[in-house]
Design a protein around this ligand. Sequence first.
Ligand code: ZN
Length: 159
Amino acid sequence: MQITKHKIVTIDYTLSNGQGAVLNSSIGNEPFTFIHGIGSIIPGLETALEGKSSGDELKVRITPEEGYGPRNDSLMEVVSKDLFEDVGELKVGMQFEAKTETGKQLLTITRIEGNDVTVDGNHPLAGETLHFDVKIRDVRDATSEELSHGHAHGPDSDH
Ligand code: ZN
């Protein structure tokens, strides 16, 4: 079966950055399952998978524009360490979810200097060229329930 809009697609993938370092992989974990064609994965990967079939293997290079977007320096902010007094010891690389007017935003601490803490609201992969190694394991039709929920249901789903 070919991948088209509203198919449920299951893939194995390994994601590397432009320097060849592996960032994330489903190998050794559960394969990744999603509804195709509704923007639940990054645009570049969705485009590359369109029309492919179960068993296909592909290597995909995705620019930041087709991935997690370019970096935006205005999403970096220096705040007071006092804001984190409940957290305990702060470290560079710690991530927090902040509520903003537009919804939830993931913030990463990128610098700590005295009382000044720099937080970065860019996606950790913003600005990165991404390299995906993908093997398509399964393609099937979505049920109407899955489409109304906006996500795939596994064999253990109870809703
Ligand atoms: Zn559901």
